[in-house]
Design a protein. Structure first.
Lengths: 259, 326
């Protein structure tokens, strides 16, 4: 079973985001970066498929600056076989279309049965690259997947995906693009021997020129801003539960007018 | 040629409220651009919902009813939507950032050679340039995004844009389009929707959420509160509760779960981690019930009750029931 896992390095969820004084982006000093949590589910699922079929390869494909190597190494330490690191100023902060173009170009040089993407990256929160990549490669997409079962002949898969208020079960022929949702699995931690082995696993470096693409931005951002500061409201301490409840319920109608 | 085209989502035989939100917003944008608002509906019920969209301002409603469009499918619907956009040439295309929209919009955009300004909470125009304000880092900051080319495609977060009735003709125009079924796609085997009528977290107007303080998987107090609030209310959970196995993953609110913007968010036994606060901080009104007076959730709450949730919530439910029965 061969999987290609697209992975993005993002600020840890603990990060307190601050917008820079020019409003052109965020302050990156002191940020701790991690693998996008949804991409971690992808890595884990790809490893499980390789283990189940006792054959195959897990390739990690990531676009980003130098620090991105750490995230790839972490995935290799979890058990992935090799990495492709696309590092190009034109691509590192690019919009989802350009990212999908670069992923598609890189993917075309790799053998795979499934391409995994996280259903979104928790930094820019676009959630588009997976579906765009599928379209560009003329593959089916199945998004927001919470369960993967591949047929013994590796020609098709039965997948469970999240929809509002329920689950959809779909059948898809392989190859396909899957976007991972929470609930898919519990990712493993890298073991010490895994970390040692990862140091020797190959990571190919690529630029936009190597991929033969000449990206044109499709989206532009301006005016980064902080959310309106929320003031603490009324806090009732030391009241009897019944009294506190009555006060707040009454206020929700009379004052806040939400019920 | 319409200036603005909105995609009206039909799910399980019903048109979604987001379609009216998009039509209302689309009407405003079309008026500012001096022109026409069109809507597109797909599937067997498409024609029947055209009058609803007319009520919210659609001048024309395109209806696509090919058998391949009987139920939602990424590839066929994306082909159909891209076809309508190419045929009709709208300047702006609006889709909902619902689960269907998240699946449909990027595939359609890729077919049209562009990307989606996804998950917008408000829109403005600079001439004919559409600027969408959208949360990033799960709402820890915002930025204004626009497309560099035409058509400009954006998706809107459900439950944020206002619905405004503004009746227009809503002339139905049938578009004959059969998707190319040789392109690979998936086949839906089963669609298991919760038939209890429980509204999804991302669409709920009221969310009653429980965290570590619940102490276990018994959420009956919170479910009772949601049922008193009525069909627009639902139950959510913090990551701690989901990771403990008390609630399903789909209930999680926060940076690695769902970002929600209900009118009312009631946090019970949730301390308020930075990830959770990012995910629900844009709620209109926040109520927190927690026994720790120092819990960070109280810094964001409009109404905070310091106390044992197992004593406060039953009283809260009693008061609520009495008030809503009036």
């Amino acid at each position: 079973m061969k999987s290609l896992v697209c992975l993005k390095q993002v600020p840890d969820t603990e990060t307190q985001i601050k917008v820079n004084p020019q409003g052109t982006g965020i302050v990156t000093d002191g940020i701790k970066y991690v693998i996008n949590p949804y991409d971690e589910f992808s890595v884990e699922e790809a490893l499980r498929l390789k283990e189940k079929f006792k054959a195959g390869e897990v390739v990690i494909l990531s676009i980003g600056p130098d620090r991105g190597t750490e995230a790839i190494r972490t995935a290799l330490a979890m058990g992935a076989d090799r990495g492709i690191h696309v590092n190009d100023a034109q691509l590192n902060e690019a919009d989802p279309y350009v990212i999908a173009q670069a992923l598609a170009a890189a993917a075309s040089k790799v053998e795979y049965d499934i391409i995994f993407c996280g259903h979104r990256a928790i930094d820019d929160d676009f959630g588009e690259a997976g579906a765009m990549l599928a379209e560009m490669l003329n593959l089916p997409q199945v998004t927001l997947v919470t369960k993967v079962e591949v047929s013994d002949d590796k020609k098709s898969a039965t997948l469970e995906r999240e929809v509002e208020g329920g689950k959809e079960i779909v059948e898809v022929s392989l190859p396909c693009v899957i976007t991972s949702q929470k609930g898919l699995n519990e990712p493993r931690y890298a073991s010490l021997p895994g970390i040692m082995k990862a140091k020797k696993k190959p990571i190919d470096k690529k630029t936009a020129a190597d991929l033969g693409i000449n990206p044109e931005p499709k989206l532009v951002a301006q005016n980064f801003s902080m959310p309106p500061e929320r003031q603490a409201g009324k806090k009732y301490e030391g009241l009897e539960p019944a009294e506190a409840a009555k006060t707040v319920v009454t206020a929700l109608r009379a004052e806040a007018k939400v019920i | 040629m319409p200036n603005v085209l909105i995609y009206g989502e039909i799910k399980a035989g019903k048109i979604k409220k987001t379609a009216f939100e998009l039509a209302s917003e689309g009407r405003k944008l079309a008026d500012a651009m001096g022109g026409e608002l069109a809507a597109v509906l797909m599937g067997p019920q498409a024609e029947q919902f055209a009058p609803d969209l007319a009520r919210y301002g659609a001048d024309v409603v395109y209806v696509l009813q090919a058998p391949e469009l009987e139920s939602y499918n990424s590839e066929y619907y994306a082909q159909a939507l891209a076809h309508v956009v190419k045929e009709k040439g709208p300047e702006v295309v609006l889709v909902s950032h619902s689960m269907q929209g998240k699946d449909l919009a990027p595939r359609t955009a890729a077919k049209l050679g562009t990307a989606v300004v996804a998950d917008c909470i408000s829109f403005e125009l600079d001439g004919t340039k559409l600027i969408g304000k959208r949360p990033m880092y799960a709402g820890k900051c915002f930025a204004k995004w626009s497309c560099t080319s035409s058509p400009q495609i954006a998706s809107a977060r459900p439950n944020v844009l206002e619905t405004v009735e503004n009746p227009k003709a809503g002339t139905v125009e049938k578009i004959d389009f059969a998707p190319d079924t040789s392109r690979p796609t998936y086949r839906t085997k089963e669609l298991n929707l919760d038939t209890s009528g429980k509204v999804d977290l991302t669409e709920a107007e009221i969310i009653v959420s429980g965290g570590r303080g619940m102490g276990g998987d018994d959420y009956s107090l919170l479910e009772e509160m949601a049922s008193i609030f009525g069909p627009t209310a639902t139950v959510g959970a913090s990551r701690a509760a989901v990771d403990a196995g008390w609630r399903p993953h789909s209930d999680q609110v926060g940076q690695t779960g769902k970002t929600v913007t209900p009118n009312l968010y009631v946090a019970c036994g949730i301390s308020g981690s930075i990830q959770h606060l990012a995910g629900m901080g844009s709620s209109k009104v926040i109520v927190a019930i927690n026994k720790d007076p120092e819990a960070p959730i109280f810094t964001k709450a409009d109404y905070g009750i310091v106390g044992d949730l197992f004593k406060v919530v039953p009283e809260f439910n009693k008061e609520l029931k009495a008030l809503l029965a009036e």
